[in-house]
Design a binder for this molecule. Structure first.
Ligand code: AMP
Ligand code: MG
Length: 419
């Protein structure tokens, strides 16, 4: 990477390192934002089929050994291996199928057994059917197995009372599978947070409505409702008029009813931007007011009483990037996730990326292949435009271009935040 070789490209002036110096670094802002959030403590018990995607509130322990009893891993014959000393043929005595409770195995005999069936007491080995020849009531073993073959031992997967899942993770199909296997029909999960969305912008109209004059279709409502829909209860979405009084009323009443308030737009310094003045008048504790990030510089993180307020900029890419970088980890913490900040990984840049030094930049990036070592290669637009939706729609995630450099080289390794 080239270090701070400043390029002279036109811009709004907000990229200069002087201004960036007055803005909070991303990591500092993220830590301050996280500190505004207390994890929810209310929990509920849900049957497994309703718990997918929810955050586990209590560890899950195995109710019994898993498997609960020695059982056959194959269709075949159960025997005592020493009974094959001096002979290859044994009489067949009985059958053990799944759900049976077989009698003990008489000495000098084999028992027909099927996959998953309990191994009879006395047997120490199961020989797979493919290694045997059955003639009437006699079975001949063509090969001699090792002792203990094809038996799934009681407790070999999990021991009774072992912790099979720790609290603080979002449950998926694999987690729910082990809950069921460990004998549980329900789990204790953290209650979903209640969220209010306050959308600002008198220019906004509903998507699909007829647009005239300076009206624009509201992008951020569907954007935010969809990122929240699986993990939160959206108590209400309110279109707040661009007025100071309306903003004060909206924030005050929302914060009384919900666990988190998200505002969109109106957070910059224009005459129609009422979010920050309203927060100030209400006496909100503001931990972050402007971050050295592109796009999304005006992002503001505060708290009114115990309710965190995430104030996203109105430009859709700015809103989405700042949601990914700050909002999502804060919501994760609120939901009780132990790892609130999702892991990032490295990818390789397909081309050189130019960037104005000052703020660090999160640029939409799309997978376009793999390098010889199997690392993903990404392509990015030549610049980030906070109002452009096209690159965002096609992207698989965001690459981070550090704030203090003016370009990255073709093939550079970049930090990548997958969507
Ligand atoms: P603001 O953050 O309110 O200054 O808005 C910045 C830009 O984003 C303006 O061009 C707004 O029209 C636009 N914008 C604000 N909110 C939305 C929204 N919900 N959907 C689409 N564009 C928006
Ligand atoms: Mg606005």
């Amino acid at each position: 990477m080239t270090l701070f070789d400043r390029i002279d490209t036109p811009g709004c002036g907000c990229d200069t390192s002087d201004l960036a110096a007055t803005l909070l670094p991303v990591d500092t802002a993220l830590n301050r934002g996280l500190a505004l959030v207390d994890p929810l403590t209310a929990t509920e018990d849900l049957p497994l089929h309703q718990a997918n995607g929810r955050v586990l509130a209590r560890p899950v322990k195995a109710r019994a050994d898993l498997p609960r009893f020695d059982n056959s891993g194959m269709d075949g014959y159960a025997l005592r291996l020493t009974d094959l000393n001096g002979t290859k043929t044994l009489p067949v005595c009985g059958t053990s199928a799944a759900s049976d409770a077989p009698q003990p195995l008489p000495a000098g005999t084999a028992m027909r057994i099927f996959t998953g069936a309990p191994v009879p007491a006395g047997a120490d080995t199961v020989v797979m059917q493919e290694w045997t020849t059955r003639t009437g009531n006699m079975v001949t073993f063509e090969k001699r197995p090792q002792t203990g073959s094809n038996i799934r031992r009681q407790g070999e997967d999990q021991r009774a009372n072992a912790t099979v899942l720790t609290a603080g993770q979002r449950l998926n199909a694999r987690h729910l599978a082990i809950c069921a296997g460990a004998g549980h029909g329900s789990v204790s999960v953290v209650c979903k947070p209640k969220i209010a969305l306050l959308m600002t912008g008198d220019e906004l109209i509903a998507p699909g409505a007829e647009a005239t004059g300076g009206a624009i279709w509201d992008v951020n409502t569907p954007l935010l409702t969809s990122v929240l829909s699986d993990v939160a209860d959206i108590s209400f979405v309110y279109q707040v008029p661009d007025s100071f009084d309306a903003m004060i009323d909206a924030i005050k009443s929302a914060a009384q009813d919900v666990d988190l308030v998200i505002t969109s737009g109106g957070v910059s310094v224009g005459d129609r931007d009422h979010v920050k003045p309203a927060l100030n008048l209400l006496g909100a504790e503001t931990a972050v007011s402007g971050v050295a990030i592109k796009p999304g510089k005006p992002i503001t993180l505060s708290r009114l009483g115990r309710v965190p307020i995430i104030s996203l900029p109105g430009n859709p890419l700015s809103a989405y990037v700042t949601w990914q970088v700050f909002g999502n980890p804060m919501l994760n913490k609120l939901c009780g996730l132990t790892e609130a900040v999702p892991p990032r990984r490295l990818v390789r840049a397909q081309t050189e990326l130019r960037h104005k030094p000052g703020r660090c930049e999160y640029r939409p990036a799309r997978f376009c292949g793999m390098d010889h070592s199997g690392l993903e290669v990404v392509e990015c637009p030549s610049a980030t435009h906070s109002g452009h939706l096209g690159p965002m729609a096609q992207a698989d995630g965001l690459v981070l271009i550090p704030g203090d450099i003016d370009k990255t080289a073709t093939g550079d390794l970049l930090e990548f935040m997958p969507f």
